[in-house]
Design a protein around this ligand. Sequence first.
Ligand SMILES: Nc1nc2c(ncn2[C@@H]2O[C@H](COP(=O)(O)OP(=O)(O)OP(=O)(O)O)[C@@H](O)[C@H]2O)c(=O)[nH]1
Ligand SMILES: [Mg+2]
Length: 354
Amino acid sequence: MRHAPTTPELVRRILKGERVSLARGISWVENEAPGAAALLDACFRKSGRARRLGITGPPGAGKSTLATRLAQEYRRRGHRVGIVAVDPTSPFSGGALLGDRVRMGELAGDEGVYIRSMATRGGTGGLAVHTAQVCDVLDAAGFSRLLIETVGVGQSELEVAETADTTVVVLVPESGDGVQAMKAGLMEIGDLFVINKADREGAERASFAVRSALELRERKGRNDGWQPSVLLTAASQGLGVAELADGLESHLAFLEERGALEVGRRRRLERRVSELVQGGLWAGFRAAIPEETWRETLDGVHARTLTPRQAAERLAELSRSASSNGVRSRREVPVRADLPDARSRPARSRVARH
Ligand SMILES: Nc1nc2c(ncn2[C@@H]2O[C@H](COP(=O)(O)OP(=O)(O)OP(=O)(O)O)[C@@H](O)[C@H]2O)c(=O)[nH]1
Ligand SMILES: [Mg+2]
């Protein structure tokens, strides 16, 4: 493929599962290239069959190793497997990508596995939306199990994990001591828990600590009837991996039987639409405000002559009139003249509505 293909051509090749086209299509999505929207629309219509499995946990817990082993296990069960390794910490996919390539090297040459590393990008949707979009492309291309690996250390990572149908939290024996102090978010998103590196000391104790923490979670009323299991694995030796695949499949079956898979998917789609709307509105809003106005307004807030609420209202008003007058009049919008002087108002009413 020397020349750039047209979007319909590329979509056709992706749906046939052509790897070079898949790589190109995913790059379009990541870079928000001109053809990406049409490509995503076409792929989205063909998606919905794959099961999306989140694999998250602290750095170095063995997520990539486990994903590699899990992919092999799913291959034995007749699935085609996509792995999306998300690295939110680096703006370039340098080190992490290289590391994963080495670790996931065992999968090289298998046409039934596709591995992609993603790094943080700005853009309209944010990382979670991009990840979901890449999964749509892989889903449309016929990969039936998608493993989404992300380091569970911050909000955006939790959001990525939440794009999955089911989520595994990978811990290590040493995590046991810190479970009570562990980020509540990580404990709450897990449908299954894995103590990896069970070839080391303390795996049983860690497993017990996680179970106790999960009982607390249940008492807080977060239980949906599913009892998260806690499994032991030694991913580097492939131990416990078949049991993990069984556990994942049980959870998917549990969700399906109760209609909860579709309820969850609907909720996630709603979130995706909301994020896109918010991103689009923000982009339009920001583009309508000249840089100078933006700066002056923030100066006003900093000097406390404007409250944040007043600033936001004024900017929104300016943005609205700029877009209704069109680009032509953007510079003509009287930036300062039409702003009532905040200082002339009594201080109390300025803050009263916060
Ligand atoms: N002893 C032992 N080491 C393991 C096991 N699984 C993985 N490792 C090692 O742990 C290190 C980290 O493994 P990765 O799979 O890269 O972990 P990760 O969670 O993907 O790491 P990041 O993506 O960097 O957060 C590697 O050196 C692995 O070989 C295991 O079951 N036992
Ligand atoms: Mg990794």
